[in-house]
Design a protein around this ligand. Structure first.
Ligand SMILES: N[C@@H](CCC(=O)N[C@@H](CS)C(=O)NCC(=O)O)C(=O)O
Length: 235
């Protein structure tokens, strides 16, 4: 019997966080429950009972439902902490590594996501749904994100990965958002910065990442092809 249920869709870049943890750990013994965003299967009362923001990903295990991709990724990385790569530094044996890890997680949620999120919405998701992009939001978020990426580039000048010498969940948490920046035409935010570019080449070159991101890339390519036939709209 599968040890948990994972609700996801290849349309969801946030789902890539827990999916990459599972790929890194080699876990395949679980049930994937496909969510159909276009038909709104994530807005039914049954789904929203478990995921009250009406979003994926969603993990169901041990009689509890857990939403928010970063929380799910951390639960899974902790559940399978005995399988390498460890992904979460141990505070007792490596307090400095653990501190850098917590710091890197916070940088992603506080300094990257609040600016990259609206950028991705206004440049990619909104227009695909027929909404007019807000250029003021785009300009403000691009400026902030660029400033914060300069700092992150400086951090990566000091160590190989986001939280020190080892690849961790902190790296994983940044990756989906940075990947989508290549689809908004902002890939140079990563590739023009030497340390970020070196880090990105390393982490995105991992076989686990290539395998995890492939279904989303195929789905985005299909949508783009449909949109160009459809005058820039999804349907
Ligand atoms: N902070 C949430 C964001 C989840 C999210 O935005 N999920 C998207 C797919 S990537 C979704 O379900 N969108 C549908 C909606 O919001 O109605 C997380 O990291 O899990």
């Amino acid at each position: 019997m599968a040890s948990f249920k994972f609700h996801t869709t290849p349309l969801s870049f946030n789902s890539l966080r827990p999916e990459l943890v599972l790929a890194e750990k080699g876990i395949t013994d679980f049930e994937v429950v496909p969510t159909d965003l276009p038909t709104g299967s994530h807005k039914t009362p049954e789904f929203m009972e478990k995921s009250p923001f009406g979003q994926v990903p969603l993990l169901e295990q041990d009689d509890i439902a857990i939403f928010e991709s970063r929380a799910i990724a951390r639960v899974l990385a902790t559940k399978y902490s005995n399988i390498q790569p460890s992904l979460i530094p141990d505070y007792v044996s490596d307090p400095k590594g653990f501190a850098l890890f917590e710091q890197a997680l916070s940088i992603e949620t506080m300094k990257v996501d609040p600016y990259a999120g609206p950028l991705i919405y206004h440049k990619l998701i909104g227009p695909a749904m027929g909404n007019t992009p807000d250029e003021v939001v785009i300009a403000r978020c691009s400026a902030k994100l660029n400033a914060h990426l300069n700092v992150i580039d400086g951090i990566l000048a000091k160590h190989k990965y986001m939280a020190g010498g080892a690849y961790t969940l902190a790296d994983i948490n940044f990756m989906p958002t940075f990947h989508v920046l290549f689809s908004t035409g902002d890939g140079d935010m990563i590739t023009s910065r030497p340390n970020l570019a070196r880090w990105w080449a390393d982490v995105s070159g991992r076989e686990t990442w290539k395998k995890t991101v492939a279904p989303m890339d195929r789905m985005y390519a299909q949508i783009q092809a449909q949109m160009s036939e459809n005058g820039g709209k999804m349907q």
